[in-house]
Design a protein around this ligand. Structure first.
Ligand code: IMP
Length: 217
């Protein structure tokens, strides 16, 4: 059993990651370490943000180790997922700003609601014809061991190609899922359900590479 902590408070993300990784991995989250450092996700790409989140949490956890055992109370690995949607007709937006896409317009701190982000995406895509609504989800997973400097970080990447619908469909998944139909399907991630999404998503591809890394050790 590999114990790791996922550097997120997004329960949907954690649920997907735990399901995809399976019973060989025990996933804790920032909800187990509520006073962990907050990270400003200001890198220009997914990889930069994933690495930043993983390192910040690994350093913080290592600083907490007094009186705790790294193998028991403190997990041995930190995993950080940075992900988002790239839309060709919007020159790759929302990209790294996927979580706070709507808030960019008002300069507010923090993430926007899913409804606000999806409404903005549909508004910007209003005049884009069906044949030009190409998009992809991207995910970069950063993995690092909890330990002293210098900390090594490994990254694993995945992408899932598809298109943006003209209205939301389905209640499954999270974020932009009701607007995204993966290539080869006629239903959105919101309609396809967890098992289908986890079989082909950006996140499942990145995590498959990570599982392989543990398998060969
Ligand atoms: P992060 O937590 O900074 O990586 O933000 C990721 C954001 O990208 C989420 O808040 C969603 O808006 C979007 N996103 C990432 N992965 C998915 C997915 O699998 N489905 C739908 N939206 C996603």
């Amino acid at each position: 059993m590999t114990r790791l902590i996922i550097a997120t408070r997004n329960d949907h993300k954690v649920g997907e990651i735990q399901t995809i990784l399976g019973a060989d991995f025990e996933c804790l989250t920032l909800r187990h370490f509520s006073n962990a450092t907050e990270v400003v996700e200001d890198a220009p790409d997914f990889r930069g943000n994933a690495v930043k989140k993983a390192l910040a949490l690994a350093y913080w956890l290592y600083g907490q180790r007094d009186g705790h055992s790294v193998t028991n109370e403190i997990p041995g690995f930190v995993l950080a997922d940075d992900s988002g949607l790239e839309v060709d007709a919007l020159n790759g937006a929302p990209g790294v700003h996927s979580a706070r896409f709507a808030a960019l317009d008002i300069g507010g701190a923090g993430n926007s609601s899913t409804a606000e982000n999806n409404e903005k995406l549909l508004r910007l895509m209003r005049d884009v014809p069906l044949g030009k609504r190409f998009a992809r989800f991207r995910c970069v997973i950063a993995l690092t061991a909890v330990g002293p400097d210098p900390v090594q970080v490994e990254t694993f990447e995945g992408a899932c190609e598809g298109r943006i619908e003209t209205s939301p469909r389905g209640l499954g998944g999270f974020g932009y899922d009701p607007l995204f139909t993966p290539n080869g399907y006629n239903q959105t991630f919101g309609e396809l359900g967890e098992a289908v999404k986890n079989g082909l998503s950006h996140r499942s591809k990145a995590l498959a590479a990570l599982k392989q890394r543990f398998a060969v050790q």
